[in-house]
Design a protein around this ligand. Sequence first.
Ligand SMILES: Nc1ncnc2c1ncn2[C@@H]1O[C@H](COP(=O)(O)OP(=O)(O)O)[C@@H](O)[C@H]1O
Ligand SMILES: [Mg+2]
Length: 368
Amino acid sequence: MTSLSRLRLTDFRNHAALDLDLTGAPVCLFGSNGAGKTNILEALSLLGPGRGLRTAPLGDLARRDGPGAWTISAILDTAQKIGVGLDVDTRTPKRVIRIDGAPATASDLAERVRIVWLTPAMDGVFRGGASDRRRFFDRQVLAHMPDHGRISAQYERAMRERNALLERPHVDPAWADALEARMAAAGAQIMLNRQRVLDRLQVSVNDRPEGFFPKADLVLEGDVEGRVEAGWDSGAVEDELRVALMAGRGRDRAAGRTLSGPHRADLGVVHRPSGAPAAQASTGQQKALLIGLILANARALVATRAGPSPLILLDEAAAHLDVHRRAALFDELSSLGGQAWLTGTEALLFEAFADRAQLIEVNDSTAA
Ligand SMILES: Nc1ncnc2c1ncn2[C@@H]1O[C@H](COP(=O)(O)OP(=O)(O)O)[C@@H](O)[C@H]1O
Ligand SMILES: [Mg+2]
């Protein structure tokens, strides 16, 4: 897959029935504030693993005053038809995935579509807390490794059980051993996934042309991360993690939570041209750095060839760029080999794309 040839939404947020015929070129959605442009990108993001670009509960996605159910369906350039929807006829509403009409799983879908995105909500990621950056980076990892979310959930579950166990007056050491073994197994996988994707991303950043989007130097930071050496296999990382958890029992018991492990990791980002941490760069530099990272990750996904080339969703990115940067962005998107989706309030913003893009005006179909 390199692109979608059709996208249909029913009763998804403000779109009662939206049907877009696509040429395969980058798609530029324009329309006034509240028209439903971001809602369309959100729908696309739900074709991938996870809860999409607003991490909204499935029920919130249903159109107000609609039937409660919603569907997102797309035809790929391979002629395959994929769809995600919310079924409300079951006892508890549930997500349904279909491929060519037959029920399918999230992993089936992940083999066909990969997605990266950048939204204005991510603008503060370098200045925010470690958890923001971790979430941002895990999202990049997820595009490469659809299983990353499931493994992270396993880790979190074991950690919650361990935290609860440590609150008891008497802690059964064998039970703690068992929970820490589960945490270490999942945690090592998380750490290795992250490191593998970080390496791919850094290569991709380094390979990008010098130009309008500054390069970044990336490092995973954390107490366990800091001790893992290059070339360690998963067994060695797992052992290190298990030892750290066991050694930290008393401390964690006192703190009421687990203080070491990959759930505490941070992504260190240095703005290469200045050598300064990204958090100290100007707002504009941070935005350009973020765009560069997302483009680099899209390139890394294209380069791995182990899966389809990505959809690249850029919400309101064009408006923040001067005319030269905008042209550079469009040039890069045109040559990237995935389908880009951009939003903006004015068609004029996409002028430098000339005839290389498909411009679509979005209207609020529920507006009276
Ligand atoms: N579940 C929903 N049902 C109907 N309308 C919704 C729902 N969720 C959000 N909206 C509407 O969608 C609009 C925002 O859409 P959005 O895609 O963010 O606009 P924009 O084009 O500015 O990106 C708002 O008017 C909001 O009221
Ligand atoms: Mg928007």
